[in-house]
Structure formats: C-alpha cells, structure tokens
Design a protein around this ligand. Sequence first.
Ligand code: C2E
Ligand code: C2E
Length: 169
Amino acid sequence: LQETIELATIDPLTGLHNRRFLEGHLPKAVERSAQDGRALSLLVVDIDHFKHINDRFGHDVGDEVLREFAGRLRESLRASDLACRLGGEEFVLVLPDTDPASANVIAERLRLLVSTTPIAVAGGIRLTISAGCATLGPYDTDATLLKRADMAVYSAKHNGRNRVVTLAA
Ligand code: C2E
Ligand code: C2E
C-alpha cells in the first residue's frame, strides 16, 4: 500500500512530490500556520524558455535538465521545506515559518545558483528561472495563496524573466 501511495504522489522524472501531493498537503499546511499564527510562504518557480532547451537539444536532455534542477532544489532547501513539480518546467516550494523577506532570499539564492553554475548536461547548460513569492495573509486560503504566487511568477515572466517578484497579501 505504501508503495502505491508513493507512486501516486511522487513525480517519476525528478523524484520530487507532484501536484497531487501538493493539493493534499497545502490546505493542511495553511490551516496549521493560520492556527499557530506562524508564517508560511510559497514560491512558484518556472525555468525560463525551457521549450528552447527541448527544441535545441531534444527531450532526453530536457529531462536530464529537469532532474538536475530538481536535485539543486533539494540541496539548497531545508529539510522542512517542500519542493514539488507541478508539471512541465513548473515547481512549487512550500516554506513553513518563512516570512516574505526570507522567501525572497531563498528565491534569489536559487536564481543566482542556476544562472551562474551551468547544469552539467550537453556540455553545460545555464538556466535562468522566474520566481513568484507569496506569503499567507489573514484572508488567504490555500487556493488564494497559490493564485497569488502564480500571479507573481506571471509578472516576473512579463517583466523580462530571470527575476523574483513578490505579491503582498
Ligand atoms: P541567509 O542565508 O541570508 O538567510 C536569511 C534567512 O532566510 C534565514 O534566517 C531564514 O529565515 C531564511 N532562509 C534562507 N534560506 C532558507 C531555506 O532554504 N529554507 C528556509 N525555510 N528558510 C531559509 P536564519 O534562519 O536566521 O538564518 C540566518 C543565516 O544563517 C542565513 O542567512 C545563513 O547565512 C545561515 N544559515 C542558517 N541555516 C543554514 C543552513 O542550513 N545552511 C547554510 N549554508 N547557512 C545557514
Ligand atoms: P538543512 O537545514 O536541511 O538545509 C539543507 C541545505 O539547504 C543547506 O545545506 C543549505 O544549502 C540550504 N540552506 C538551508 N537554510 C539556509 C539558509 O538559511 N541560508 C543558506 N544560504 N542556505 C540554506 P548545508 O549548508 O550543507 O547545511 C546542511 C545542514 O547543516 C542543514 O540542513 C542544517 O541541518 C545544518 N546547518 C548548516 N548551517 C546551519 C546554521 O547556520 N544553523 C543551523 N541551525 N543549522 C545549520
């Protein structure tokens, strides 16, 4: 049974949790943080122009890039943080006890890491990412929090990519 549950909630390509896991986890995380009066931040992270990588190098390289990127996410976050792959090149990080300033520190650290240290695939591929940050406000639900982080990453894309945007509650 355990194996079945894992298969259903783990993204097979990257080993990160998947959208289904996030959908189960986020409402509980929001409720817990609201009850305890603790901060909770979300980062939506999107690899810029990922389609170009697939088009130029092929899907096998694209997959390898996603795997390597996921590894970097795992290494640069705390064990208490959660990284999920929503699909394609889109990721969500759930950061308990993390205020807006700290969420921004984490997003900037990731942005700098991937843009300065190439991923060792196909002779080295440098990535840039766009990230949207949102922190739980008093009127938020899991849906509105995720929606705000999504709007933030949308704004990062439209303002030239390779940047972090925070939308206040
Ligand atoms: P910093 O790296 O500039 O991080 C500032 C604050 O951002 C941290 O304050 C924390 O609230 C938040 N933060 C940064 N990265 C993460 C993360 O991956 N996950 C989460 N949930 N929060 C993060 P804090 O905790 O008071 O730490 C102060 C400083 O201590 C950090 O400044 C960093 O220089 C160092 N530090 C703390 N924990 C670690 C760690 O596990 N590894 C490393 N390399 N440094 C750490
Ligand atoms: P961890 O807390 O699970 O963090 C795993 C990795 O996430 C860290 O690996 C680091 O790359 C990144 N990270 C987490 N929090 C921060 C942060 O606030 N700032 C920065 N710049 N990076 C952060 P790292 O550095 O190899 O640390 C491995 C483990 O050692 C950490 O696991 C934590 O358990 C412990 N550790 C390291 N530095 C500190 C520290 O300053 N304070 C505390 N309380 N623990 C630390």
